[in-house]
Design a protein around this ligand. Structure first.
Ligand code: HEM
Length: 405
């Protein structure tokens, strides 16, 4: 098709407001997919709705958004701006590779597999103390504590520091997205304290190397010799932030779906180690935490008969792509036994920025679910199931459970 024959973005249907503000986007997305393969929004972002669009939107025909969204909000300096300027997630090309490689090498799959027994111990410790005690606030007492304790252990942070560290994580995780102006001061204060902590940690490991992740990371970055100290600190901080919110919300949503599908929960309790991977795979498909990945078109792109012009912002809708009936049979059915999972789970993104913490996140989610299934097979959801609030990284609402052996 020549460019003049292509439809323009103005021809694409406008996404209804309920998609952005509603808490159950799936029906809206199904109706939108039935109308057209893409949709436009009133904030100027084009949404690609089909699973087959994933690779194109995350390919080198596009680039990652850098500091633009912070500048648009008037954030032009200070710790939030610096974090955005220096983190691997918000960069492109050579700079991105330079920042990502030492982390990717240290965070390798093998290292994370080796951590599994320790991850299981932490899960058992958290769940063991809650069995038979009545209603438990699953989000704050389990799902928030768990990734924080594991990342603290990986970084060699003593247990007594975890509550302070957890407060910083909660305050600063929002530095990744749009900033609520009322929270900016608090986010920046926590970000500064967190930066100091990480600087201290790096200092200690340089003086006194240990057998741990930070020592290995310090060694790898020194070998590469091409990262400034502020970049090194920011990658460590970014790892902690990128990993905490998503894993927390994902664990909640997967457990919640399993408990709402009692036969599938019973299947998991009968074979926790055999089915934990499938449960995570399906939970992340059915309720992905990251709703979409925005990019900027580097050239004119053709997508299913539409022209996305150079410079336009286009986002792959992960929540739509993972319910695409072209790939998944009965896409709106939660089914841990499905045979049509994709080889690379798009819940972790694709292309150059695909999640660097995937192996750790999988180990955490799988070991936590298997631990609950083993130690507390009669666990029940109390009250309404949790919902995910709409955002780029969706935030999980309240969730109460009773753990029963
Ligand atoms: C269920 C849990 C998780 C989900 C759903 C998730 C999802 C994602 C997605 C979709 C991306 C790509 C973003 C983009 O392309 O713009 C990403 C990137 C990233 N993730 Fe995760 N993530 C999870 C856990 C973790 C963990 C545990 C860590 C680290 C400890 C981590 C660290 C990162 C980092 C550093 C990046 C940026 C990679 C880059 O820019 O090259 N994530 N994640």
């Amino acid at each position: 098709m020549t460019k003049t024959q292509l439809k323009t973005l103005d021809d694409a249907p406008l996404a209804p407001k309920e998609l952005i503000f509603g808490d159950s986007p799936y029906d809206v997305l199904r109706r939108m997919r039935e109308k057209a393969p893409i949709a436009r929004t009133d904030v100027g972002v084009t949404l690609a709705l089909r699973n087959r669009h994933f690779e194109l939107v995350t390919s080198d025909a596009t680039r990652q958004i850098e500091t633009e969204t912070k500048l648009m909000q008037g954030i032009t300096d200070g710790p939030i701006y610096d974090f955005t300027r220096l983190a691997m997630l918000f960069t492109n090309g050579e700079t991105h590779i330079r920042r990502r490689l030492p982390v990717a090498r240290t965070f390798a799959f093998k290292l994370m597999q080796a951590m599994r027994p320790r991850i299981r111990d932490i899960a058992e410790d958290l769940i063991g103390s809650k069995i038979g005690v009545g209603p438990v606030d699953f989000v704050s007492d389990i799902a928030s504590q768990f990734p924080a304790r594991i990342i603290a252990e990986i970084l060699g942070i003593p247990d007594s520091d975890v509550p302070t560290f957890l407060n910083w994580i909660q305050d600063t995780a929002s530095a990744l997205g749009m900033i609520d102006p009322a929270q900016r001061d608090q986010i920046e204060a926590s970000l500064n304290a967190f930066y100091d902590y990480v600087a201290d940690l790096l200092d200690q490991r340089r003086k006194n190397p240990q057998e741990d992740f930070v020592t290995e990371y310090v060694r790898k970055t020194a070998e590469a010799g091409n990262l400034g100290e502020d970049e090194i600190r920011t990658q460590l901080l970014g790892l902690i932030l990128a990993g905490s919110d998503t894993t927390r919300g994902s664990i909640c949503m997967i457990l919640s779906e399993l408990l709402q599908h009692p036969q599938q929960w019973t299947d998991l309790t009968a074979d926790p180690d055999g089915l934990k991977r499938a449960a995570v795979e399906e939970g992340m498909r059915y309720q992905p935490l990251v709703s979409g990945i925005p990019r900027i078109a580097m050239r004119d792109i053709e997508i299913d008969g539409y022209l996305v012009p150079k410079g336009a912002v286009i986002a792959i809708s992960i929540i739509s792509a993972l319910r695409d009936p072209e790939i998944f049979s009965e896409p709106d059915r939660f089914n841990i036994h499905r045979a049509d999972q994709q080889r690379w789970h798009f819940g972790f993104g694709a292309g150059a920025h695909r999640c660097v913490g995937e192996a750790l996140a999988r180990a955490e989610m799988e070991e936590m679910l298997a631990t609950i299934a083993r130690m507390a097979p009669n666990t029940k959801l109390i009250g309404d199931p949790p919902i995910l609030m709409p955002a780029a990284i969706r935030q999980v609402g309240p969730m109460t459970v009773a753990f029963e052996a």
